[in-house]
Ligand binder design. Structure first.
Ligand SMILES: [Zn+2]
Length: 258
C-alpha cells in the first residue's frame, strides 16, 4: 500500500519537478503560466499532461508543433516515481516519510539542475532546507524521540561545515552550492544516524571520484572542465538512505566491530 501510494505520488510530483528544473534556472515563476511547449509555447492540455503516459502516447512530441520534447521529462518522472516507491519501502508508514520524500524529490531536482547548468540555485536550497528541517524535527518529536530531531539539526551543521572546509582548501572543485547541498543532505541522513551522514558524504566522493576518473580516461572531459559535484553528492545521499543499513552493518562486521 505505502509503496504503491508513494510511487503514484512520485509520478505526480515528478511532473512538477520538471517544471522546477526547467523554470528555476531561468528565474521564471514555477506557478504561472501553466506548462507550455518549450518550442512553440502552446499551453499543454490537461489530458496531455499525465505523467509518463502522455509522453509515450505522443511519442515525445508536442501535439501542436510536432517538435520533439526531451526524454529528460520522461526520465525525471520515472526516476521520481521509482525513488518515491523505494523510499516508501525503506521508511514505511512513519512520521519521517514526508521528510524523506521531500529529501529525494529535492535531490533529484538539484542534481538535474546542477548537471545542466553547473549551479545549485539558492532560490531552492534557501526554501527547501528549512522546510526539510521542520519536517524532520516534527517527525522526531511526534515519534517520541527528540534525539533524532536534534541529530537532524547537528547532521546538517556537520555536513555543511565539513564541505565548507573542503571547499576552502580546494576552491576549484567545489562551490558554495555544493556546501549548502551538503547541509541539506546532512539533515536527512542525520535523522537516520551519524553513520549515515559519514557514509552519504563519503559515497558522494567515491562516486564523484570514480566518474571523474572515467571521464578523464575517456577524454570526455579535460582536467580543466568543471565537473558538477552536486549530482554525486545526491547519489551518495540516496544510496545512504536506501542501502545504508546494509552497508554500515557490513562495514562494522568487516572491521570486527559487530
Ligand atoms: Zn510545440
Amino acid at each position: 500500500m505505502v509503496v504503491v501510494g508513494c510511487a503514484l505520488l512520485g509520478l505526480l510530483v515528478g511532473s512538477f519537478a520538471n517544471v522546477v528544473i526547467h523554470r528555476v534556472p531561468q528565474g521564471a515563476s514555477i506557478v504561472s503560466p501553466p506548462s507550455a511547449c518549450p518550442a512553440c509555447a502552446t499551453p499543454i492540455r490537461p489530458q496531455d499532461n499525465i505523467p509518463v503516459v502522455s509522453w509515450l502516447l505522443l511519442r515525445g512530441r508536442c501535439r501542436a508543433c510536432g517538435e520533439p520534447i526531451s526524454a529528460r521529462y520522461l526520465l525525471v518522472e520515472i526516476a521520481c516515481g521509482v525513488l518515491f516507491a523505494l523510499v516508501g519501502a525503506r521508511i514505511g508508514w512513519d512520521w519521517a516519510l514526508p521528510g524523506f520524500l521531500l529529501f529525494v524529490w529535492t535531490l533529484l531536482v538539484l542534481a538535474v539542475i546542477d548537471a545542466r547548468t553547473r549551479k545549485i540555485p539558492n532560490r531552492l536550497t534557501y526554501r527547501l532546507t528549512p522546510a526539510l528541517l521542520t519536517l524532520f524535527v516534527l517527525a522526531g518529536l511526534l515519534s517520541g524521540d527528540p534525539t533524532t530531531a536534534l541529530r537532524s539539526v547537528l547532521g546538517g551543521v556537520a555536513a555543511f561545515a565539513a564541505l565548507l572546509v573542503i571547499a576552502l582548501i580546494s576552491p576549484r572543485g567545489m562551490g558554495m552550492g555544493d556546501v549548502k547541498l551538503a547541509g541539506f543532505i546532512g539533515i536527512g541522513l542525520g535523522y537516520l544516524g551519524w553513520g549515515y551522514v559519514v557514509l552519504g558524504v563519503f559515497a558522494g566522493f567515491v562516486v564523484g571520484g570514480l566518474s571523474g576518473m572515467a571521464l578523464l580516461a575517456t577524454r570526455a572531459r579535460s582536467r580543466r572542465d568543471l565537473i558538477p559535484f552536486g549530482p554525486y553528492l545526491a547519489i551518495g545521499a540516496v544510496v545512504a538512505v536506501l542501502a545504508g543499513d546494509t552497508l554500515i552493518r557490513g562495514y562494522l562486521r568487516s572491521v570486527g566491530l559487530a
